[in-house]
Design a protein around this ligand. Structure first.
Ligand code: F6P
Length: 554
């Protein structure tokens, strides 16, 4: 029976019960001591695959922990779940659909049938369509209404239709095609629009409206504003097709908006928004970095797909990362996870992984609708190092919560400035080291006494300077942020998220929770603008509507 049809209560499984017991035994586990006791800990708990080097030795795990976690993965049927995902079974059970982002990475010539159609052929057909457009723009053959080549591309989309493309084009800026600038318009906020139009010219800008549903308020309002701006700048209506293209699975709505049929790139209903960066949704990034780099990203992701499907769980990066997350979330009461890239170009990965993880695993019922009996999705947050060290790392080091962190760092910088990169790398390592080592009371006191401090001062200061340490982290080292590494890295996190969902028995591919806000938004808007007089269901919302109405002049 498919895993998504047979709900399991993970908390009743024997490996889960064994983990509960094991957690008790691990109460006094100390990483410092574990490293002292086992000179091979680093080599035992590191992996090198798909261009990524993963050090997970700084975790609250003993040899037995990994064994039981892997048992849990087997007990929940992870192997079958991976196969079901790749084979296109309806793993998105509430919507009765497959989740086939892995198919988007498969090489030409492969076969995968969905409803009797070999989708790999379709995928590569669209890739060729994208290649054609990218070449026409890069070669100056796609001209704006005054016959000038396109110099700026605006990605109009939100959520998965924004975060993934932005991540790719920013992360791979060193690979960018210098003649095309990429811009992003996501929020329904006039200021964002206002700042964007200062940077572009209607004559030489291509707007790409990206919306799988073509029904997303923010995207449609921004697309309308962009079109009105284009017309106001003197752009002829008859030449709109040179300035507006779309990526959507809702062709009818895109045509109704005014996009020419031949300018609509398809996306399929079996790709979720937050998994869509492998599809035509990344058209703006393709224009930024060129098709050969896009193919490298896909191929990097494909190597990770192979690794995830074939590597034994004990040496499987996404499996281990997912299981570690379960270990901390469900057995150590840790409810958030920090993503800390030590690379300027990778600074947007935290935002992308936030949507990926939180929209996927922010669920409280299992596939069959029964409530989960344990904690599920974590809060994903973080940001680029070293900046974070001077902002929120304090809470990681001395706060009362246990927050595991992923440090992501390249060996090579694209822009060496004296010894900046050595310092950046050193800071990355010293942060994970500090989280693990901490500073004991004895060490603190000895340090203060060495400075000649009077004993009363030593005793007064010592408690503030003690750092518990023993705080877990993973370090992911890549040679450099290349298209191939980036593909593998993002795919690794997608699979990690999937592993957790399988353990908890939840659907990682729907997002019904987001819908309520959208539905209520229309009513609030109508009352705010006076279209509807009836009052909101609650006094707070109505009071705020009244406050807006009495203060808003415009
Ligand atoms: O926020 C909900 C959501 O559906 C995301 O899952 C998705 O990435 C985003 O909205 C954008 O959706 P669309 O591409 O259909 O405009």
């Amino acid at each position: 029976m498919a895993y998504y049809r047979t709900p399991h209560d993970v908390t009743t499984l024997s490996a889960w019960l064994a983990l509960k017991q094991h957690r008790q035994a691990m109460q006094d586990f100390n990483m410092r001591k574990a490293f002292d006791a086992d000179p091979k800990r680093f080599s035992r708990l590191t992996l090198n695959s798909c261009g990524l080097f993963l050090d997970y030795s700084k975790n609250l795990i003993a040899a037995k922990t990994r064994t039981i976690l892997v048992e849990l993965a087997h007990e929940v049927g992870l192997k079958d779940a991976i196969n079901a995902l790749y084979a296109g079974e309806p793993v998105n059970s509430s919507e009765g659909r497959p989740a086939l982002h892995t198919a988007l990475r498969r090489p030409v010539g492969d076969k995968l049938s969905v409803n009797g159609v070999n989708i790999i052929t379709d995928i590569h057909k669209v890739l060729n369509q994208i290649t054609n457009l990218v070449h026409r723009i890069h070669d100056g053959l796609w001209l704006g209404y005054t016959e000038k080549p396109i110099t700026d591309v605006v990605n109009i989309g939100i959520g998965g239709s924004f975060l993934g493309p932005e991540l790719i084009s920013e992360a791979l800026l060193s690979y960018a095609h210098k003649d095309v600038q990429c811009h992003y318009l996501a929020n329904i906020d006039g200021s964002e629009f206002h700042e964007l139009i200062k940077k572009i010219s209607a004559e030489t800008t291509l707007f790409i409206v990206l919306s799988k549903s073509f029904n997303t308020l923010e995207t449609l309002k921004n697309a309308q504003a962009a079109r009105a701006w284009y017309l106001a700048k003197g752009g002829p209506k008859g030449k709109l097709y040179r300035h507006f293209i779309a990526v959507s699975s809702n062709k009818v709505a895109a045509i109704a908006f005014g996009i020419s049929e031949e300018n609509i790139f398809p996306i399929w209903d079996w790709v979720g928004g937050r998994y869509s960066l492998w599809s035509a949704i990344s058209l703006s990034s393709a224009l930024a970095i060129g098709m050969s780099n896009v193919k490298e990203i896909l191929s990097g992701a494909y190597t990770m797909d192979q690794h995830f499907q074939n590597a034994p769980f004990e040496v499987n990066m996404p499996v281990l990362l997912g299981l570690l997350s379960v270990w901390y979330g469900n057995f150590w009461g840790s409810h958030s996870h920090a993503i800390l890239p030590y690379d300027h170009y990778l600074r947007n990965i935290t935002k992308h992984l936030q949507q990926l993880d939180m929209e996927s695993n922010g669920k409280s019922v299992r596939h069959d609708g029964t409530p989960v009996s344990t904690y599920t999705g974590s809060v994903i947050w973080g940001g680029v190092g070293c900046n974070g060290q001077h902002a929120y790392h304090q809470l990681l080091h001395q706060g009362t919560q246990l927050i595991p962190a992923d440090f992501i760092v390249p060996i090579v910088s694209f822009n060496p400035v004296t010894d900046h990169h050595q310092w950046l790398f050193a800071n990355c390592l010293s942060q994970s080291q500090a989280l693990m080592l901490g500073k004991t009371r004895n060490e603190v006191e000895a340090e203060l006494r060495d400075k000649g401090m009077p004993e009363s001062e030593v005793q007064r200061l010592a408690p503030h300077k003690v750092i518990s340490g023993n705080r877990p982290s993973n370090t992911i080292v890549v040679e450099k942020i290349s298209p191939r590494c980036l593909g593998a890295l993002i795919a690794m996190y997608e699979h990690k998220v999937f592993v957790k969902s399988v353990v908890w028995g939840i659907n990682a591919f729907d997002q019904w929770g987001v819908e309520l806000g959208k539905e209520l938004g229309k009513g609030v808007y109508n009352r705010l603008t006076g279209v509807e007089a009836s009052s909101a269901e609650d006094a707070s919302t109505q009071g705020l509507i009244n406050y807006f109405r009495s203060h808003h002049r415009g």
